[in-house]
Design a binder for this molecule. Structure first.
Ligand SMILES: [Cu+2]
Length: 393
C-alpha cells in the first residue's frame, strides 16, 4: 500500500512540476524528483527495492514494447504482409509463445521482485527484536501525544505555524505547516519501537525520511520502528484524512546523539515536576486568565474558534454557551454532571469533544476553564484553582 501511495505521490509531484513549467507564475515548493534522503534501514530498503523494481520493469517495458513496435512495422499492410488466419493454439510453437513469457513473468514477480520485497516487509514488521526503547504515539484531532513509558514523559505536540500565515495575512515561513511546539526527541543509532493508537478517528503517523507511515487507529495498538542513523530534524505529517484540521497536524522529530537525548529526558522530567507542583499553589485570576488564553489558543481554538464563536452546528459556540455560563461546582465542591468542568475534563462521548483530563495538566485545565468563563463576552467572574481540578480527578 505504501509503495502504491508513494507511486501516486510521485505522479502527483510530476504533474505539479509539469504545471509549474506550464504556468511559471504559480509558486511551487522545490520538490525533488526522487525519494527524500533515507535515514533509517527501512527507508533505505524501500528506496533500494524501488530502484531495483524500476530497473526490472524498465527492462520489461523496453523488451515488450520493442517486440510490439517491431512487429507492427515489420508486418504492416502497406508492405503487403498477409495476416495469419489461425484461431487458438494450433501447435507446439504457439504453446511455447504463451508459456515461456508466462514463466518469465512468474520468475520476475516471485523471485526477482518477491524475494527482496518479502525480506523488506518482514523487517518492517519486526518491531521487537533488540528494541532499545519505546515511544507511544497517540493521534488526536488535531495533534499528537508522545509518551516515553520508560521515563514517564508524556506531552502534546501541536502545530506552531501562526494562523496569520495560513490566512495569508503574513508571509509563509520556511517550515510552513511542518513545525511544532514540542517535537519528538529520539537518540540516533537506537532501535525505537513505536506504538500507535488514536483517541478519536484514524490518523497516520508519517515521516518520509524514516520510510515509516503507519495508521493510528482508535481501539487498536499498532507498531512500527525506526533506527535513525543521522542526527537531524525530520518532518512529516498526518497522512489520513482525519477531519477539518487534517492538514495541520505535522510530525517533527529531532534525532540527537545519545548524551543529548539523556539531557533532554532529564530536563523534560524537571519541567513536568515543576508543572505538577504548580497545581498546589493558589493562583491569581490574572495569572489563570493569561495561562488560559494560551491553552485555549493551542488546544481549543481549532474547533471553538479564536473568538469562542464556534462553528455551529458541529462545534458549539462557547460565547454565551449555557454550559459555560452555568454553575462551576456543586456547593460542596463536587463535579456537576454535564457542567462546564465536567465537559472539559471528561469530554462528551461520540463527539469531537475529547476528555482533556488525560492530556492537559491541572494548571492548564483550571486556566482554560477560568478563561472561558470570563472571555468572549462571558462574565461569570468566578475561577477554579488547579488544586480543585486535582481533587476532582
Ligand atoms: Cu490526523
Amino acid at each position: 500500500m505504501d509503495t502504491l501511495h508513494r507511486f501516486c505521490l510521485r505522479i502527483g509531484l510530476s504533474i505539479s512540476r509539469l504545471s509549474a513549467l506550464l504556468f511559471p507564475t504559480l509558486a511551487f515548493a522545490d520538490y525533488s524528483w526522487n525519494f527524500p534522503k533515507p535515514v533509517t534501514p527501512i527507508a533505505r530498503d524501500t528506496l533500494e527495492i524501488h530502484n531495483h523494481f524500476m530497473i526490472v520493469i524498465t527492462i520489461l517495458f523496453v523488451a515488450v514494447f520493442g517486440i510490439m513496435v517491431y512487429s507492427m512495422i515489420k508486418h504492416r499492410k502497406s508492405v503487403g504482409h498477409q495476416p495469419a488466419r489461425f484461431t487458438g493454439p494450433t501447435g507446439t510453437v504457439q504453446w511455447l509463445w504463451a508459456l515461456v513469457p508466462f514463466a518469465i513473468l512468474l520468475f520476475i514477480d516471485y523471485v526477482l521482485m518477491g524475494i527482496p520485497a518479502y525480506h523488506a516487509v518482514k523487517d518492517m514488521e519486526d518491531t521487537r527484536t533488540k528494541a532499545d526503547m519505546v515511544l507511544k504515539v497517540t493521534g488526536m484531532q488535531w495533534k499528537w501525544q508522545y509518551e516515553y513509558p520508560e521515563s514517564g514523559i508524556k506531552y502534546i505536540s501541536t502545530m506552531s505555524t501562526p494562523r496569520d500565515q495560513i490566512a495569508n495575512k503574513e508571509s509563509k515561513g520556511e517550515h510552513y505547516l511542518l513545525e511544532v511546539d514540542n517535537p519528538v526527541v529520539l537518540p540516533v543509532g537506537k532501535k525505537v519501537r513505536i506504538l500507535l493508537t488514536s483517541t478519536d478517528v484514524i490518523h497516520t503517523w508519517w515521516v518520509p525520511q524514516f520510510g515509516v507511515k503507519r495508521d493510528a487507529i482508535p481501539g487498536f495498538l499498532r507498531e512500527t520502528w525506526v533506527k535513525i542513523e543521522e542526527p537531524g530534524i525530520y518532518r512529516g505529517q498526518c497522512a489520513e484524512l482525519c477531519g477539518k484540521d487534517h492538514g495541520f497536524m505535522p510530525v517533527v522529530v529531532h534525532a540527537v546523539p545519545e548524551n543529548e537525548y539523556v539531557a533532554w529526558v532529564d530536563k523534560k522530567k524537571t519541567d513536568m515536576a515543576a508543572a505538577a507542583s504548580g497545581s498546589d499553589k493558589t493562583w491569581s485570576k490574572d495569572d489563570l486568565m493569561a495561562a488560559g488564553k494560551a491553552v485555549y489558543e493551542k488546544n481549543c481554538a481549532s474547533c471553538h474558534q479564536p473568538e469562542g464563536q464556534g462553528l455551529p452546528p458541529v462545534f458549539p459556540a462557547l460565547a454565551g454557551s449555557k454550559i459555560v455560563v452555568g454553575p462551576l461546582l456543586s456547593p460542596d465542591g463536587k463535579l456537576i454532571k454535564d457542567s462546564h468542568v465536567d465537559r472539559v475534563l471528561n469530554g462528551k462521548d461520540g463527539t469531537a469533544m475529547q476528555a482533556f483530563k488525560t492530556t492537559l495538566s491541572d494548571v492548564d485545565l483550571a486556566a482554560v476553564i477560568t478563561f472561558e468563563r470570563n472571555s468572549f463576552g462571558n462574565t461569570k467572574g468566578d475561577l477554579i484553582q488547579p488544586a480543585q481540578i486535582k481533587s476532582l480527578r
